[in-house]
Design a protein around this ligand. Structure first.
Ligand code: BTN
Length: 258
């Protein structure tokens, strides 16, 4: 996927206009963090065909087949405080789900906090990280990994991961999909910047089936069962347990299918 192919599809104002298109890197999030500290501008995109140390949420790794998927990070410099990171990852989830639905015609759905599923299997993972540096260039890195054209997965992922190609039976145009994700992300980010975050929550809720379902939440080894009730204005999950309702800001959620 060449930079010029991506630019052919790009309709954004700022997202992806400054682009680093790489063949291989440790992690696009890690690389973009260093660029952020050096003062890179908002909307800067780092995209790669391969990561040698891809990062997942909760200290996990993210591994995908070279040249088959979308592996990228976008730099944001929001005018909101770091504890609003939740709404940014909710917005990123909505952007990815919408882009996949529109271009690939499959019912990609959002799972809190920021997975995209198809047929209950993971199509995409999102890792948002904030950068707080002494030089006051604070920033948020939105890292997105979409399984696009990979059809073979390692045994341990085979039943829990899927891809657009697996879902549709055809290969997808990665450059077109990337451009559409950036377009939708920029749209929702503008809402965050103009304090219209309710619309993002409404849209996220339209794209999920998990609310009202039984879930199990693992927070650093402590497992709690309950019901996923709502997503709050800050992007946290309102979780109904036997002991009452609590807001969860991070954790590993399993949907219990009955
Ligand atoms: C998860 O579901 O655990 C989140 C996975 C996030 C993976 C993406 S791939 C691009 C970016 N760079 C990284 O190192 N991680 C994110």
């Amino acid at each position: 996927m060449t930079e010029s192919k991506i630019r052919e599809h790009l309709k954004t104002k700022i997202f992806g206009r400054r682009m680093y298109s790489l063949d291989s890197i440790d992690s696009t999030n890690t690389h973009l963090k260093s660029l952020a500290v050096e003062g890179a501008e908002e909307g800067t995109l780092v995209i790669t065909e391969e990561q040698t140390a891809g990062k997942g949420r909760l200290g996990r790794t993210w591994q995908t087949q070279k040249g088959m998927n979308l592996t990228f990070s976008v730099l944001l410099r929001p005018n909101i405080s770091a504890n609003h990171l939740g709404i940014i990852s909710i917005a990123a989830g909505v952007a990815v789900a919408e882009a996949i639905q529109e271009l690939c015609k499959i019912q990609a759905e959002c799972k809190w906090p920021n997975d995209i599923l198809f047929d209950d299997k993971k199509l995409c993972g999102i890792l948002c990280e904030s950068v707080i540096s002494p030089s006051k260039f604070s920033a948020v890195i939105v890292g997105i990994g979409v399984n696009v054209n990979q059809t073979m997965f390692p045994t341990e992922l085979n039943d829990i991961a899927t891809s657009i190609a697996r879902a549709t039976g055809t290969t997808a145009d990665r450059a077109a999909l990337l451009a559409k994700i950036l377009e939708r992300l920029e749209f929702w980010y503008d809402k965050i910047q103009s304090d219209q975050t309710e619309e993002i929550i409404v849209q996220w809720k339209k794209n999920t089936t998990m609310l009202g379902k039984k879930i199990s939440v693992n927070r650093q080894g402590a497992v709690l069962d309950g019901i996923a009730k709502e997503v709050d204005a800050d992007g946290s999950l309102i979780f109904q347990t036997n002991g009452g309702e609590i807001n969860i800001h991070s954790g590993d959620v399993t949907i219990i299918h009955s």
